[in-house]
Design a protein around this ligand. Structure first.
Ligand code: ADP
Length: 389
């Protein structure tokens, strides 16, 4: 028999527990140092804390009951509205996963306020029934990042001049302009010259990256033969591959493959991917380059039978200064900047870069761009990638 008073007591207890839990959540929400907004499954705001109101310059009345994307406007670096489909809140709803990224909000006081936002969907039986967005103002971090990029750019420029003199005079010494060198002296000079080349490469990479990060990269698209670029660069790398007894194979379409793109940037992307494939493949391995048209895109594929990238390292591959643990002892020279730059350029060109890799088996990097591509300047996708870094 059911005991009514026991049931009633149970009901009272669980109501009390629910009220206490709610009060705790309220307190947590209100006291958070970050802006916090809760929305229902339709993206309508039902709770917003003081920090969020302060950052956005809104009153509670202006926010509650309103559609989140209407209240919180997200914009790109160039101050263009981010389409709804690309906003973190939409992506969190669609994927059912937490999305974190740097983004700009248009607020009362600031038309482009940099924030770091995290949107977590609230799931019930796998379906989103709402979302919580937290965000903080990162104006200061942004300033420091920019100053860092500018500093690297200035320092690199300053290093170029003395390095160029060192290079010229070292080459003259090596070529015997100041008298004949002994065998040992020539050997030492060779080491000096190759270190100068590396330093020059480093400076060029630093300059390229700081130019891209500070929005100074110009994309000069024209109609070019993609085939020709790939075969020229592959040819240039033939010797490097041969020195390691690596078989470098190319599979290119017979007819010219016209594409509207920036030839210098294509070269930069391909050189980086190919030099990595050769660098991270041991002696007697194989590197295969394939170029093919796939519908409206051209797909470049670079496969190697190299060291591969361990699973746990794969998520970081396109991040700045990233080098996987398995290659640290094998290849001491590397900056971890090549793929970061490749990703920046690829997204800037309206293309995509990705890879599949298995440790000790090999890696395949893919780079795809639309056949017809008229990007001038920095498109939104690159901006988005920069914001996620
Ligand atoms: P770097 O080559 O200067 O270290 P990158 O940005 O070009 O920098 O590459 C980042 C890291 O990704 C490398 O250090 C390496 O760990 C890994 N990597 C890139 N390409 C390959 C490849 N083809 N095979 C194995 N590992 C690779």
């Amino acid at each position: 028999m059911l005991d009514l008073s026991e049931l009633l007591k149970e009901l009272q207890d669980s109501t009390l527990r629910a009220v206490q839990e709610r009060a705790k959540t309220e307190a947590l929400f209100a006291s958070m140092g970050e802006g916090a907004i809760a929305t229902d499954e339709n993206g309508v705001i039902y709770r917003i804390n003081k920090t969020a109101l302060n950052i956005l310059g809104l009153t509670e009345k202006q926010a509650l009951g309103k559609w989140f994307p209407d209240v919180v406007m997200a914009v790109t670096h160039e101050n263009k509205t981010i389409p709804l489909i690309d906003r973190p809140i939409t992506r969190a709803f669609l994927s059912g996963r937490t999305i974190s990224e740097r983004i700009y909000y248009r607020t009362k006081k600031n038309p482009r306020l940099p924030v770091f936002a995290t949107v977590s969907p609230i799931l019930q039986e796998g379906k989103p029934i709402g979302a919580i967005e937290t965000f903080r103002d990162i104006t200061q971090e942004h300033k420091v990042d920019r100053m860092k990029s500018e500093f690297i750019s200035i320092a690199s420029h300053q290093l170029r001049t003395p390095l160029s003199a060192i290079n010229t005079y070292s080459r003259m010494l090596y070529d015997g302009y100041a008298g004949d060198l002994s065998g040992a002296q020539r050997d030492f000079m060779k080491v000096i010259l190759s270190s100068i080349d590396r330093m020059n490469e480093l400076i060029t990479t630093f300059l390229d990256i700081s130019r891209i990060e500070t929005g100074q990269l110009q994309i000069n698209s024209s109609s070019i033969d993609y085939n020709e670029i790939i075969s020229t660069i592959s040819h240039e790398f033939a010797q490097v591959a041969a020195a390691k007894k690596i078989s470098l194979r190319t599979d290119l379409p017979r007819a010219p493959l016209q594409v509207t793109a920036d030839p210098l940037l294509l070269t930069e992307v391909f050189s980086n991917l190919l030099s990595n494939a050769i660098k991270y493949t041991p002696q007697k391995g194989t590197v295969q380059v394939t170029l093919a048209k796939r519908n409206k895109n051209i797909l470049l594929k670079i496969s190697d039978t190299g060291y591969g990238i361990p699973k746990e390292s794969q998520a970081g591959v396109f991040s700045k200064f990233f080098r996987a643990s398995n290659i640290m002892q094998k290849e001491t020279f590397g900056t971890g900047l090549g793929l970061y730059m490749v990703k920046l350029i690829a997204t800037g060109m309206g293309g995509k870069v990705w890879f599949v890799s298995r440790e000790n088996v090999g890696s395949t990097f893919y780079f795809s761009i639309p056949v017809s591509n008229n990007n001038d300047g920095l498109p939104a996708q690159m901006d988005e990638f920069l914001q996620q870094q």
